[in-house]
Write a protein that binds this ligand. Sequence first.
Ligand code: GDP
Ligand code: MN
Length: 399
Amino acid sequence: MNIHEYQAKELLKSFGVPVPPGIAVRSPDEARDAAKSLGGDLFVVKAQIHAGGRGAGHYVGDPACSGVRLVKTAAEARAAAFEMLDRTLVTRQTGSQGRVVRRLYVEAGCAIDRELYLSLLIDRTERCITVVASEAGGMSIEDVAAKTPEKIMKIRISPSLGLADHQSRELATRLGLHGPLIGQFATIVHAAWEAFTTLDASLIEMNPLVVTKDNTLLALDAKMGFDDNGLFRHRAIQELRDPNEEDPREQEAARFGLSYVSLDGTIGCMVNGAGLAMATMDIIHQEGESPANFLDVGGGSSREKVGAAFRVLLSAPGLEGVLVNIFGGIMRCDIIADAVISACRETGLNVPLVIRLAGTNVEEGMAMIRSCGLDLIIATDLGDAARKIVTAVRTRRAA
Ligand code: GDP
Ligand code: MN
């Protein structure tokens, strides 16, 4: 689960990370009042969406307006908010459809000397929390990694020993920090690590972490993500969830207790079990297409549950074909066949569908598929299924 910048900053602040004073608002008048109460002569008005690249992004129909605006007075903050609220912001992370901005964060501005990058994340290969830092802050870290990988530094935190002070001090020195900034940097890394482990985070990113003109460190942007499997331990974090920012299809499937993951390819996949999901996606890739999503119907789901979930799968944008790949154990093939047939009838399926069933009640299931009168393509094994769906999708695309 991800949260908004203003929420991440409040959490990080409570652990000791220095952030600028700011106020979250939902109307232009509130933005003006926020600037007044912050005081000073520079304010930053920032769109709150779960996507980065806001500074370089632009509003639909207003290319001059980005998602991060620097203004000098409370009246200008109000005017900026008027242009930014309840409109759609497109950034390189939102996709072309963009996101509607429902909330803004008004912050006291600061004069920047240097922009750094700092993040903590779980490195699955190294099996530990890793600190990533770079002198090239303020830009997308993926770009830095692609163009100037030598500017990315990493330190691994030992799960048994924890973060050692010398590790973050060394990192500070390698970032070119001097004097009191070294100690400040070490304090920030330590605070972030405390926040990360205490709250079961999966990511904490400060981009940029800036050195201000008066020589202090300040997190100007903050992003936090949490491990969904740890959320039950953190009631307060659960309450930060913003349903507007979550995939409506994933939410709908979750209502039925099924896991559904939206992806950006063309082929919808209905499978049972995570291993089969991965194998199915791999083999689709191998055949040269990519999955639009996958839906794991698990074991022992009812016909109603499978049907509801399948309708969610069919509603995915960009869907050009469907691959149903079920290995029936506890999940029975006839239930899958029944659910697929009725959902296809109801929705008037208009993309090719390949179905491969194996296991419990496969004969009953296949008999239902053959006699249903719908134009469903039957496959005998996984390789056959992937080839058939890719061929069908490409034939339809060419036509
Ligand atoms: P993002 O584009 O979504 O990552 O949003 P950020 O919060 O990182 O803001 C984008 C950029 O705006 C930063 O990299 C800064 O260069 C600039 N910015 C943000 N806050 C301030 C500020 O207080 N003063 C100045 N001068 N620039 C700022
Ligand atoms: Mn940023």
